[in-house]
Structure formats: structure tokens, C-alpha cells
Design a protein around this ligand. Structure first.
Ligand code: CA
Ligand code: CA
Length: 101
């Protein structure tokens, strides 16, 4: 997952489910689940790349809730993947389910 579109900015690699990106340290300012300021990946991801054979479901809310899309490859700009939030799934994703091959 990448902070900006076109695989730019900070990046992180995950291979397991993340139920709440507020608690996953990353480049975007956020308050964590206890209300404390932190830097996390919540509402931060703008592009995403999924390894061959893997699949991911990305959700607008925590605990795999709300709108989601299935990602099976590279998405250079989540703005055009919707419905998600006001800007597609750009800066929208809060939880991720990962499916190994
Ligand atoms: Ca972003
Ligand atoms: Ca969200």
C-alpha cells in the first residue's frame, strides 16, 4: 500500500488482515482507537499493489465494514475505484482483508 497515487510516498507491505488501520503506524496524521494522536495508515492509502495470485478486499470502515472493492492486481489511483468515500477509495481505506494464493 502506498501513501500517494502512482505508488509514490511512504509504503508498507502486509500479508495478513488489518481490522483497523488507525492502529497501523503509517505516514498520515490520525487519532488512534484511544483518541491519542498518532501517525497511521487510516484514510491514507492512494494506490495499492497486490502480488500475483493474492487478493485483497479493502473496506471504507474498520472491522471490514462499509463499501469494499476486491483488488487482484495494481491500482495506480484509488480515486477511480468506487464507490468508497467522496473521492472513490482514495484516502478512504480503514481495513483490509488479505487472501493468500
Ligand atoms: Ca493518500
Ligand atoms: Ca475510512
Amino acid at each position: 500500500m502506498y501513501e500517494h497515487a502512482d505508488y509514490l510516498g511512504e509504503s508498507a507491505h502486509i500479508t495478513t488482515n488489518v481490522s483497523d488501520l488507525k492502529d497501523y503506524r503509517g505516514p498520515c496524521f490520525e487519532t488512534d482507537s484511544q483518541g491519542l494522536p498518532t501517525s497511521a495508515w487510516n484514510d491514507c492509502i492512494s494506490s495499492i499493489s497486490v502480488a500475483p495470485g493474492w487478493r485483497a478486499h479493502v473496506y471504507e470502515h474498520d472491522n471490514f465494514d462499509g463499501d469494499y472493492i476486491e483488488v487482484t492486481g495494481d491500482v495506480a489511483n484509488l480515486r477511480f475505484a468506487g464507490p468508497g468515500c467522496s473521492d472513490g477509495f482514495n484516502d478512504c481505506i480503514t481495513s483490509i482483508r488479505v487472501f493468500a494464493p
